[in-house]
Design a protein around this ligand. Structure first.
Ligand code: C2E
Ligand code: MG
Ligand code: MG
Ligand code: MG
Length: 288
């Protein structure tokens, strides 16, 4: 109701707004200042080839995950502030910052590991995403094949044709496209048929339940088979135990990501790992 009132009368309704709504409005304002104030940062979580064990040489890259440390509230989860940024349109500016930051970081590594960046549906609907990705690749000098853009099915649900067209243009730049959170929400096989994803990430809800119910194991096994049939790499998210890792490896899952392999952390915490991988990588393989 307050929304339909003229600007000047909003304050009259303010006392009647419930706490949650007022909280949200304040958080909105704070979020728009967050980039300027340097409150936004990225954490990085390793991805690895699946095997009974995971050693340095199995690390294939990192996923960048946005972090917001609010000056008074402290840590605000991305699950809270990303949707907020989407509603307000702030996601375009924020997404640009995230993409640039992640590509700059990866370009500075002494070894050409992959860098995965999450894109939200709103970034597809507003602004020139293809132009942005292209110019950030040029600006940072990152080899396009090292960048993976993670999208959820939301991108395709909102406007299927536009989504597929945009993904094709992104792919033409040489970047890789991953389907994130597969199996959650309304994931449809139609999406897999309509677009040549490079990677499918199995939602961690299925991985969590691996040892607990046979249905999850059956679903994970089927998705791995699907991936192999479509020639798409399958990565399992949320791997927290050695048992989960062993099951996934024995089923032929290609990649793994989760606390068991490594937690999301500031890149400084992974600098030594990246250095060891670089030191163990023959120079000939480090071109690009
Ligand atoms: P996501 O892209 O599926 O990222 C994986 C989430 O699972 C991350 O949560 C990560 O911290 C968490 N995770 C990883 N391994 C484990 C594990 O073993 N166990 C458990 N319980 N959790 C694990 P996070 O960082 O809170 O991010 C949540 C979601 O917020 C992300 O899901 C992504 O959809 C969104 N997000 C995060 N950063 C960005 C960003 O820069 N841009 C956009 N558009 N969305 C982002
Ligand atoms: Mg291994
Ligand atoms: Mg992701
Ligand atoms: Mg995910």
């Amino acid at each position: 109701r307050a929304k339909s009132q003229s600007r000047g009368s909003i304050s009259i309704f303010e006392p009647q707004m419930d706490q949650q709504l007022r909280d949200r409005r304040v958080l909105h304002q704070d979020l728009s200042a967050a980039i300027r104030n340097g409150e936004l940062s990225l954490h990085y979580q390793p991805q690895a080839r699946a095997g009974q064990t995971v050693v340095d040489a199995d690390i294939t890259g990192f996923e960048a995950l946005a972090r917001w440390i609010h000056p008074t509230r402290g840590f605000v989860p991305p699950g809270d502030f990303i949707p907020l940024a989407e509603e307000s349109g702030l996601i375009v500016e924020m997404g640009e910052w995230i993409l640039r930051r992640a590509c700059l970081e990866a370009a500075s590594w002494p070894v050409p590991l992959q860098i995965a960046v999450n894109l939200s549906p709103a970034q597809f609907m507003h602004g020139d995403l293809v132009g942005l990705v292209h110019s950030i690749l040029l600006e940072t000098g990152l080899q396009p094949g090292r960048l993976e853009l993670e999208i959820t099915e939301g991108v395709l649900i909102e406007d299927f044709d536009r989504g597929v067209a945009l993904l094709r243009r992104l792919k033409a730049l040489g970047v890789r496209i991953s389907m994130d959170d597969f199996g959650s929400g309304y994931s449809s096989l139609t999406y897999l048929q309509a677009f040549p994803f490079d990677k499918i990430k199995i939602d961690r809800a299925f991985v969590i339940n691996l040892g607990l119910n046979p249905q999850s194991a059956a679903i994970v096994r089927a998705v791995i088979g699907l991936g192999h049939g479509l020639d798409v790499a399958i990565v399992a998210e949320g791997v927290e135990t050695h048992e989960q890792l062993c099951f996934l490896a024995s089923e032929g899952c290609d990649g793994v990501q989760g606390y068991f392999i490594g937690r999301p952390a500031p890149i400084a915490q992974y600098a030594a790992l990246v250095g060891r991988i670089a030191a163990a990588t023959p120079a000939a393989r480090m071109v690009g």
